[in-house]
Design a protein around this ligand. Structure first.
Ligand SMILES: Cc1cc2nc3c(=O)[nH]c(=O)nc-3n(C[C@H](O)[C@H](O)[C@H](O)COP(=O)(O)OP(=O)(O)OC[C@H]3O[C@@H](n4cnc5c(N)ncnc54)[C@H](O)[C@@H]3O)c2cc1C
Ligand SMILES: NC(=O)c1ccc[n+]([C@@H]2O[C@H](COP(=O)([O-])OP(=O)(O)OC[C@H]3O[C@@H](n4cnc5c(N)ncnc54)[C@H](O)[C@@H]3O)[C@@H](O)[C@H]2O)c1
Length: 457
């Protein structure tokens, strides 16, 4: 016998949760299915533990750059316990109870599609008007010889670590490798990042890559760019078992811990998509339209859509889908989604890179500020001020095209640029804004002012 609901949500990470809570608030009868923990990757193994760990190393280094302060101690065991508290000791009882109190049917298990509006899980058959797929993404297989014989961590073992390893090597120099490498280097590990691409964070502006290279070099991280690991093997070393990573430039890296940070693949294998006549796209993702619709009354949100692998995008799509199901038609607009890497200082970007803009035929104009030379906040903030900000605009339209910053709190104040970009404000609008003094936000007004000047010439 089947159980009927208004909607079923498969996967209860950030995207699934956002959809589920909104559907419940809209008065629908829903079932949610989760095979691990309600809250998903972000809450237990990704954003939350990584940002919690990074904050302590950031605050310690900030003290060293603040007049009159000296380097505070950092007790690993206390930080570790706080991290465990922040990830709820990998226990989702509170989330399960909370959802049940709101009226949701919560089922733990792996969901499988059995036809349109039909889902099977643990011997139960559920039916619903609408089905939302929010199954996230899993670490990509880096396809390196010898991997089966070598212990390899993912971000999960790294963010839940209990002991700081002596030597750690990350395969992949994206946000995961940079953030976790930055943390471990500051905790005393000898860190190597092996990056196949030409530079770290290689989807961003090359100029930003140069600033990041300096930042990680200051941490003593050994960065190998433009190389691929082709073989790994386990050997007996000075401190017991160790791993040797062979790179295609002929060099090797000896390490105690190897971490796969080579990217993530949408998780669809367990879903039996064929039952609803849907085939994953070329990157293994679930293709969605502008309403986040993947089929007839079938919806998808979050990493599984491959749109942009961020928690804020998963949340946004979850809300869009819930509104559509609730009969409030809504289109997803991904203009100006901020991208932040939580190093110290933070790396933040929004909109297009100059190359992407030119690729779209946009004639661009840009202004770059070394913040300490231009605004007051950096010197009041730290004794060795740092920070770079670039604003890119469309010469003809005078609207913003993109922005990036490597500066304290950049993840906060980049959002002003994001809002301006999303709502098509012109450089004249931004130059006319009144920013608080002293603040990093002033950089926006100043950069816009410089662009207005350039456009006059
Ligand atoms: C180290 C790291 C740090 C990150 N930091 C940030 C950050 O600071 N800010 C940011 O915006 N993003 C960050 N991200 C990205 C962010 O974690 C993801 O974008 C986000 O978690 C995606 O949410 P989701 O709901 O799509 O998927 P998930 O959180 O992966 O949830 C999917 C859920 O579906 C379940 N599931 C899968 N298949 C089935 C099935 N068949 N049946 C039942 N359940 C199923 C899974 O168990 C999982 O709980 C980080 C990622 C990593 C790896
Ligand atoms: N602060 C944040 O918002 C945050 C933090 C971490 C991760 N994330 C998100 O999670 C997703 C996954 O991040 P990620 O950093 O794991 O992946 P990624 O895809 O962003 O970066 C992986 C990097 O690994 C490199 N690579 C791939 N195969 C390789 C190989 N065999 N050897 C060496 N290098 C190789 C690629 O060139 C790429 O630059 C991203 O979309 C990211 O935005 C976000």
């Amino acid at each position: 016998m089947s159980e009927h609901f208004d909607a079923i949500v498969i996967g209860m990470g950030t995207g699934g949760e956002a959809a589920a809570y909104r559907l419940l608030a809209g008065g629908l009868r829903i079932a949610v299915v989760e095979e691990e923990l309600i809250g998903g990757e972000c809450a237990y193994w990704a954003c939350i533990p990584s940002k919690t760990l990074l904050r302590s190393t950031e605050a310690r280094a900030e003290a060293e750059r603040t007049a009159g302060l000296t380097r505070p101690g950092l007790e690993w065991t206390t930080l570790r316990d706080y991290r465990d508290f922040m990830v709820r000791h990998l226990d989702d009882t509170g989330q399960v109870d909370g959802l049940r109190e709101l009226g949701a049917t919560v089922i733990k298990g792996t969901a499988r599609l059995a036809g349109p509006g039909r889902v099977e899980v643990g011997g139960r058959t559920l039916t619903a008007g609408d089905v939302v797929i929010a199954t996230g993404a899993a670490p990509r297989d880096p396809a390196i010889a010898g991997l089966a014989d070598v212990p390899m961590w993912t971000h999960r073992q790294t963010t839940t670590l209990t002991r700081i390893p002596e030597r750690v090597t990350f395969l992949g120099g994206g946000a995961t490798g940079i953030e976790l490498g930055h943390f471990l280097a500051r905790m005393g590990s000898q860190v190597t990042i092996v990056q196949r691409g030409p530079r770290l964070l290689d989807r961003e502006d090359p100029a930003l890559g140069d600033v990041i290279a300096e930042l990680v070099a200051a941490d003593g991280i050994d960065v190998r760019t433009g190389v691929r690991a082709h073989t790994v093997r386990r050997v007996s070393g000075r401190s017991g078992e160790e791993v040797v990573v062979e790179l295609d430039d002929g060099t090797t890296v000896d390490t105690d811990v190897l971490v796969n940070a080579t990217g993530r693949t949408p998780r669809t294998a367990s879903l039996n998509l064929a039952a609803v006549g849907v085939r994953p796209g070329a990157r293994g993702h679930l293709e969605v339209d502008e309403h986040c619709r993947a089929g007839d009354r079938l919806w998808a949100v979050g990493d599984v859509t491959g749109v942009a692998l961020f928690t804020h995008v998963a949340t946004y799509q979850g809300r869009v889908v819930a509104d559509n199901i609730l009969g409030r038609p809504r289109v997803a607009d991904y203009t100006a989604v901020p991208r932040v890497v939580y190093t110290q200082p933070e790396i933040a970007a929004v909109g297009l890179t100059p190359a992407q803009a030119r690729g779209r035929g946009i004639d661009i104009v840009s202004a770059t500020l070394q913040l300490a030379d231009e605004i007051a906040r950096p010197y009041t903030y730290e004794t060795e001020p740092q920070g770079t900000f670039t604003l890119i605009a469309d010469r003809r339209q005078r609207t913003l095209v993109g922005a990036w910053a490597v500066a304290p709190l950049a993840g906060e104040w980049i959002n002003t640029a994001a809002l301006a970009l999303r709502h098509h404000l012109t450089v004249d609008d931004l130059a006319d804004a009144v920013a608080p003094f002293p603040s990093y936000t002033e950089a926006l007004t100043l950069a816009a002012d410089k662009l207005v000047d350039q456009l006059r010439r």
